[in-house]
Ligand binder design. Structure first.
Ligand code: NAP
Length: 336
């Protein structure tokens, strides 16, 4: 598996990252271990989790299941040193009883309103809890999972700097954040000598977000421009196949993942994607991953989240798809 440098850290991470969000809940332990083993056997080293993964697949979960599963896998395989381990804090939800009260599905607005945030004490405790669950003494990359506008950035950044100084975390990242906030974060880091984020984790895929949509989590043109001129920050693209909707028109209809992308160009892009996928004898999901892997301005890391071993196996051929300039142009200009 090819690697790319994370920011300008000198660290090489594999260009396809494996998301572990559903491991330990929707994905059982045996299937999770199989995926982790196969990913590392295939040369992958970039694992992604978060302290809150994943409370929402069922009322019986609290968050922490994914990190705990990874901890057990490290103990069992001794492979902790073979991976670049990313986790996140700030989106833990304490009052899950209220979030589920009387419902079959959680109330996401209530959950978001109750994220624990990025206060200094919260982060210090969250990192220690993650280290304990992960059964490791350091996290390679620690993201602020959801930008917290209620806590002064100085408080968050100073706390993170202390956590890095203590050797518990090596590098920092931010997720679900607007560009102006990112710039402010970086300026504060520069002014105060604090470690700046080297990774930006946002939702990014082949479909383009609907024009005018205001969204903290989806990369927009300005953020792309920002990333192009700041190569010390690497884009980690989550939900790259939008929950698998590209392969299945029936799954697309009414799927929440499609909602931000239902613009006038979506059908044209899906049509060209389908045509080219047929010509190449690959699936649309694979072609989307291949297109992402071909991006070089800025280069990025697609972060997949297979729920089953079969889905994991279906993603890997994307690494071997070689797209010509003409094919890339067809995909890029579709719906333009
Ligand atoms: N920073 C953040 O806020 C944030 C948010 C979300 C995710 N993440 C991270 O990013 C990772 C990936 O995100 P994601 O899970 O949204 O990514 P994704 O790969 O776009 O979606 C995963 C889902 O796609 C479907 N799928 C996967 N492979 C498929 C295939 N071959 N054919 C058909 N369907 C397929 C499955 O849906 P079904 O379950 O319906 O089969 C699976 O649950 C997560 O594990 C997590 O680490 C971060």
């Amino acid at each position: 598996m090819r690697t790319i440098e994370l920011g300008r850290t000198g660290e090489q991470v594999s260009q396809l990252a494996l998301g572990c969000m559903l491991m330990g809940t929707a994905t059982d332990e045996a299937s999770s271990f199989t995926m982790l083993d196969r990913y590392v056997d295939a040369g992958g080293n970039f694992l992604d989790t978060a302290n809150c993964y994943a409370w929402w697949p069922g009322r019986q979960y609290t968050g922490g299941e994914s990190e705990s599963l990874l901890g057990r896998w490290f103990t069992r395989t001794g492979r902790r040193d073979q991976v670049f381990l990313a986790t996140k804090g700030s989106a833990w939800v304490h009052n899950l009883d209220q979030v589920w009260a009387g419902r079959d599905e959680p109330d996401w607005d209530l959950a978001r309103a109750n994220f624990e945030g990025a206060g200094a004490q919260t982060l210090r405790r969250a990192v220690d809890d993650s280290l304990r669950r992960l059964r490791t003494d350091h996290i390679d990359l620690y993201y602020v999972h959801v930008d917290d506008r209620a806590t002064p950035l100085e408080e968050t950044l100073e706390a993170l700097a202390g956590i890095v100084r203590a050797g518990k975390v090596r590098y920092l990242g931010w997720s679900n954040v607007r560009t102006w906030r990112l710039e402010r974060i970086r300026q504060l880091c520069q002014r105060n000598g604090w470690p700046a984020p080297v990774a930006l984790q946002q939702q990014h895929t082949y479909l383009r977000r609907r024009a005018g949509l205001v969204h903290d989590s989806i990369v927009d043109d300005e953020q792309m421009d920002y990333l192009r001129s700041h190569d010390d920050l690497t884009l980690v693209a989550y939900s790259p196949i939008l929950k698998g909707v590209y392969d299945d028109p029936a799954k697309r209809r009414g799927h929440p993942a499609m909602e931000p992308y239902e613009g006038p160009d979506a059908q044209a892009r899906l049509a060209v994607l389908g045509e080219l996928a047929d010509e190449l004898g690959v699936t649309p999901n694979q072609l989307v991953l291949a297109w992402l892997l071909h991006q070089d301005s800025p280069p990025l890391v697609p972060l997949i989240g297979p729920r089953t071993v079969e889905q994991y196996e279906a993603a890997l051929p994307a690494l071997d798809i070689k797209l010509t300039d003409d094919q890339l142009r067809r995909l890029d200009t579709a719906g333009a």
